[in-house]
Design a protein around this ligand. Structure first.
Ligand code: GUN
Length: 288
C-alpha cells in the first residue's frame, strides 16, 4: 500500500490559523504587531526567493515584516552595525540573516552578534546550547517544522530508531537533538550519518524514521528503506527539466514507507510556519 502523505502545506495553513489569535493578543499588549526583519546580503537568486517567501508569510500573518537588502560588497563591519541596530530596535522581535553570506563576511561572527532573544532562526550558540541541554528557547525552524509535521499527523517516535542523514548546524544536528529530547516527538534512538559514513543503505534500512537532509537529489533509494518506515525529506532541488525533487527518490520510497513528506509541499512550508511561530513567541516574551 502506498505511503500516506505528510502534508506540510495544509499543516502550515493550520498553524498560521492558530497563530492569528496570538498575533491579535500581541497587538493588544504591545500596541504593535510582531516584527520580523530579514537581512539579505547580495543577490543569490535562491536566497532572494527564500527571503521573499518569508516576507510574504510574515506580512500575510499580520506581522510587520521587512527585508533589508544589502549589496554583495557589504563589509562584515557594516553588517555587524546593521545587526547592532536591529538588536536595539523595540519593534523588532525577530532578526534573520539569510545564509550563506558573501565570502568577505564571517557568518559565525554575525550569528554570534544577534541578540539570542531575537534569534528566531535558532542559530546563536546560546540557543543551540539551550536546545542541547533540553531547555529550548528557539530551535532551528526546519527541524522544528519536521517535529511539528510528525506530531500533527500522529506519528510517534518514542523508542523508535531515527536516522538523520546530514550533520549541518541548520538541520542535521538540531534535528538529532530534537528527536533525542524527552517527550512528545522525541525519545527516539538517534543515529546521525554524513558524507563519511560507511554502509549508508544498511544504516538507513534500520530506520523507523528517516530524515534526509543530505542536499543531493534523489540520493536515498526506495530499496534502502525499511518497510513501514516514516520518511521525511528536507531536500529541495530543481531537475534539468525544471521540476522539483528532494533528497529521496519519492516514487520508489512511497511504495515502501508508511508516511512520506512530498517535495514541494512537505517540510518547506513548515519551515516558514515555524519562523512565524518563533517570532510570535519572541514578541510574547517581550510583552511580559
Ligand atoms: N539558509 C538556508 N536555510 C536558512 C535558514 O533557515 N535561515 C537562514 N537565515 N538562512 C538559511
Amino acid at each position: 500500500m502506498p505511503a500516506r502523505i505528510l502534508d506540510g502545506k495544509q499543516t502550515a495553513r493550520e498553524i498560521r490559523g492558530e497563530l492569528a489569535a496570538r498575533v491579535a493578543v500581541v497587538r493588544d499588549r504591545l500596541g504593535r504587531p510582531p516584527g520580523l526583519v530579514a537581512v539579505l546580503v547580495g543577490d543569490d537568486p535562491a536566497s532572494a526567493l527564500y527571503v521573499k517567501n518569508k516576507e510574504k508569510a510574515a506580512t500575510g500573518a499580520g506581522f510587520s515584516g521587512e527585508v533589508l537588502r544589502l549589496p554583495g560588497t557589504t563589509s562584515e563591519a557594516e553588517l555587524l552595525g546593521v545587526v547592532d541596530r536591529l538588536n536595539e530596535e523595540e519593534r523588532v522581535d525577530g532578526i534573520l540573516v539569510q545564509l550563506p553570506l558573501p565570502k568577505q563576511i564571517d557568518s559565525d561572527r554575525v550569528i554570534d552578534r544577534i541578540r539570542p532573544e531575537k534569534d528566531v532562526d535558532g542559530f546563536h550558540p546560546e540557543n543551540v546550547g539551550l536546545l542541547a541541554i533540553g531547555r529550548p528557547r528557539f530551535a532551528s525552524c526546519t527541524p522544528l517544522g519536521v517535529v511539528e509535521l510528525l506530531r500533527r499527523h500522529g506519528v510517534e517516535t518514542r523508542g523508535k530508531r531515527a536516522v538523520v542523514l546530514g550533520r549541518s548546524n541548520i538541520v542535521g544536528k538540531p534535528m538529532a537533538l530534537l528527536l533525542l529530547r524527552k517527550g512528545a516527538v522525541g525519545d527516539a534512538t538517534v543515529t546521525v550519518c554524513h558524507s563519511a559514513s560507511e554502509g549508508l543503505p544498511e544504516i538507513v534500512g534500520e530506520a523507523d524514521l528517516l530524515v534526509a537532509a543530505v542536499g543531493r537529489p534523489e540520493f536515498v533509494k526506495g530499496s534502502w528503506i525499511k518497510p513501514g518506515a516514516v520518511v521525511v525529506d528536507v531536500g529541495i532541488h530543481r531537475r534539468p527539466d525544471g521540476s522539483l525533487c528532494g533528497d529521496v527518490a519519492f516514487d520508489e520510497a512511497a511504495e515502501v514507507a508508511s508516511w512520506i513528506s512530498p517535495v514541494p509541499g512537505g517540510v518547506g512550508p513548515m519551515t516558514i510556519a515555524m519562523l512565524l511561530a518563533n517570532t510570535v513567541a519572541s514578541a510574547e516574551r517581550r510583552g511580559g
